[in-house]
Design a binder for this molecule. Structure first.
Ligand SMILES: Nc1ncnc2c1ncn2[C@@H]1O[C@H](COP(=O)(O)OP(=O)(O)OP(=O)(O)O)[C@@H](O)[C@H]1O
Ligand SMILES: O=C(CO)[C@H](O)[C@H](O)COP(=O)(O)O
Length: 401
């Protein structure tokens, strides 16, 4: 893949126009008092069309399962996803053979102290540099490496940048991948994880109270403090998503307030290029299915699937819903065999992926199932785009590809 990046020190005679990358690095430098810094400029040698990076956006609030989803997605492509070798130990980036996942927290323009001083949350657009986000995602999409800033969640500061080379698949995950229309237009596919307030609260308690020692009051206060900005800037992005995974309390247990059994909906936009929605039994019909019985072991409260056409923010969608949880994950094959358009490469691939990661949160319910299926759909989308580009490339280029 072509990498067309030139690094120059500030004293270099190269002429570089002042970009927001430069501005940002100067800001980072001031913050961190880094003495030496590099400015980036690109030279016009964009990658051949068939080599161009495919960009996937994943939006969700903090603590809503983005990292878990990313682990499932990168596993579909094989190989381990790891932080850049020899780099900042607090890097938020994960790189595997095929994918690079960058966390959009790295585009916070205000560090923790800066946000406190200005009285804004990290969800507020004023705390984020969308110009730089756009420039860098565009550069990567065009096959150009970038020096991306790092937001350090340990110190709350902006660290010196890290080099990101254009991967085959770039995933941008975080609070705002679909907020800025310029960034949104760069996405080949977008996903929104829509976790209802009740469930978000239950997950936060589980992680921040049980694992991080926070008090119940502080968790409640942090959710409440974020809510207005969440409603204003994060939640509206779901209208743009090609797929939404919505997580709600179960309807199988009357007045359930434990939040352990979940009802999960996979909302899939119709008419998206390279993406054909998954269906149950009969495409376009409305179906309700209880698979429990001789072929699927279910303890209380059981499992129920619903499938059918619907509208979502005025878009035509197909919705697949699963309420309840699996008792025996190996029996998932029975459900898998009734689903179509799941983009598997062999019979039972969904079940195999789920069994492989049975220790990940949500592996016994619709969150894990639908995240796995969306991962397979993204692999399929990637392969279709690559095949189409290779077919369209001039004969000599196709032979090289
Ligand atoms: N499907 C799930 N079922 C149950 N709990 C879950 C699920 N997904 C995530 N969680 C809970 O939420 C926590 C956060 O998950 P994860 O780290 O994947 O989210 P995140 O969006 O990447 O968080 P952050 O942005 O804060 O790093 C997990 O530790 C787990 O407690
Ligand atoms: O919403 C978030 C995205 O993960 C974080 O709260 C934001 O990035 C600020 O991080 P920190 O609390 O570590 O300063």
């Amino acid at each position: 893949m072509a990498v067309c990046t030139v690094y120059t020190t500030p004293s270099s005679p190269c002429s570089i126009s002042s970009s927001s990358t430069t501005r940002h690095l100067a800001f980072t430098q001031r913050q961190q008092q880094v003495n030496i810094f590099y400015r980036r400029t690109s030279i016009s040698c964009s990658a051949a069309a068939e080599e161009k990076t495919i960009v996937i956006g994943l939006a969700a609030d903090s603590g809503c399962g983005k990292s878990t989803f990313m682990r499932r997605l990168t596993s579909v492509f094989g190989g381990a996803a790891e932080p850049p070798k020899g780099g900042n130990p607090d890097s938020n980036t994960l790189i595997s053979d095929t994918t690079t996942v960058i966390c959009l927290d790295d585009y916070h323009s205000l560090d923790r102290t800066g946000r406190k001083k200005e009285g804004v949350t990290a969800l507020d657009p004023r705390a984020n540099d969308f110009d730089l986000m756009y420039e860098q995602v565009k550069a990567l999409k065009d096959g150009v490496a970038v020096e991306k800033p790092i937001y350090n969640h340990v110190s709350g500061l902006l660290d010196p940048p890290e080099l990101i080379k254009p991967p085959k698949i770039l995933v941008i995950e975080g609070l705002h991948p679909m907020f800025d229309s310029r960034v949104r237009d760069l996405l080949d596919f977008s996903i929104y994880l829509d976790i209802s307030n009740e469930v978000k609260f239950a997950w936060k308690i589980q992680r921040d109270m049980a694992e991080r020692g926070h008090s119940l009051e502080s968790i409640k206060a942090s959710i409440e403090a974020r809510k207005p900005d969440f409603d204003a800037y994060i939640d509206p992005q779901k209208q743009y998503a090609d797929a939404v995974i919505e997580v709600l309390p179960t309807q199988l247990i009357p007045d359930d307030n434990e939040g352990k059994v979940l009802r999960v909906k996979l909302i899939m936009k119709e008419g998206v290029k390279y993406f054909s929605p998954v269906y149950l039994f009969d495409e376009g019909s409305t179906i309700s299915w209880i698979p429990c019985g001789r072929k699927l072991t279910c303890s209380y409260p059981g499992i129920k699937f619903n499938y059918g056409p619907d509208t979502y923010f005025s878009n035509e969608v197909s919705v697949l819903e699963m309420d309840g949880q699996f008792d025996r994950l190996d029996e998932l094959i029975y459900v898998e065999s009734h689903l179509s358009n799941i983009s598997t490469k062999f019979y039972g691939e969904v079940t195999q992926q789920m069994l492989k990661h049975s220790d990940f949160p949500g592996s016994n319910n619709g969150t894990g199932l639908f995240q796995t299926i969306v991962g397979l759909k993204i692999r399929d989308l990637f392969e279709q785009i690559v095949a189409e580009r290779a077919a369209a490339a001039p004969v000599g280029a196709a032979a090289k590809a």
